[in-house]
Design a protein around this ligand. Sequence first.
Ligand code: ASP
Length: 317
Amino acid sequence: MDKPSKAKTAIVIHGGAGTILKSKMTPEIEQAYIEALKHALKTGHAILEQGGSSTDAVKATIVTMEDSPLFNAGKGAVFTHEGKNELDASIMVSDDLSAGAVAGVSHIKNPILLADKVRTDSKHVLMAREGAEEFAKEQDFELVDPKYFFTQNRWDQLQKILKEDPDKMQLSEDEAKNSKFGTVGAVALDQAGVITAGTSTGGMTNKRYARIGDSPIIGAGTYANSHCGISATGHGEYFIRAAVAYDICALVEYKGESIQNAADIVINGKLVKMGGDGGVVGLDKDGNIMMSFNTPGMYRGSIDVDGNITIEIYQDK
Ligand code: ASP
């Protein structure tokens, strides 16, 4: 008798999109990114293989990237105009369309975990700044000293912009020297067929006025329903205006587009026309993996339903 086949699982992640050029990369830094992406993927995939939920897989995956100074999320987040770190994160689960998000927090080590707490333990979807941190305290989250988020590279990046063009806001990867970092995201499908999508970021360098990007906005930076799950990275203002994550899922659900076509329509069509830089990763209910971006590179990786692992950085492989 044939063994009953195990239900399919899959996971896809990104570590930010932007002007990431091989010519500006050293082999050591490239290797560090590959290792960090691999570690993130394997962490989430192990949970899925053991029958864990896609929500637990997405959270654990994103936590590894928030804890790595290589990415613009958690430790290693970019600085605001005033020299602070203000972090945004969101998560959404397909089976009940539940969602949680936090924006502008500056004492939370792993914003993705707080976003999920908002989803599971509050009546709200999005909490911001001091209010979100008050909720975190009530939920027994440890608040960290903002110094925890400091990295010299990010600090230097802000100083450079302040000198050159203080009014400019910049994607973390758009200063294509040798050590650039990015927003992080993960989308997973578990054995129960549930899709979870999550995103975490420090936003854009030199942001001010408590600016919030797309990452904590459900439907823009993150979305998951029974057809598809999406996590985005890029110039948030455009992603909000184009409702990127939801738009892709709507094309899959209502128009029957494949998830890759749907993403390409939005990222390489609609967004390009608007002038918005960035990309998305996602998967559909059958575990088909999608990656799409309109920048020279996007840190990205996946483990598909057959267990094949892919890690890529540049547009041209
Ligand atoms: N989407 C983020 C924001 O606009 C930035 C990024 O993806 O790097 O805040």
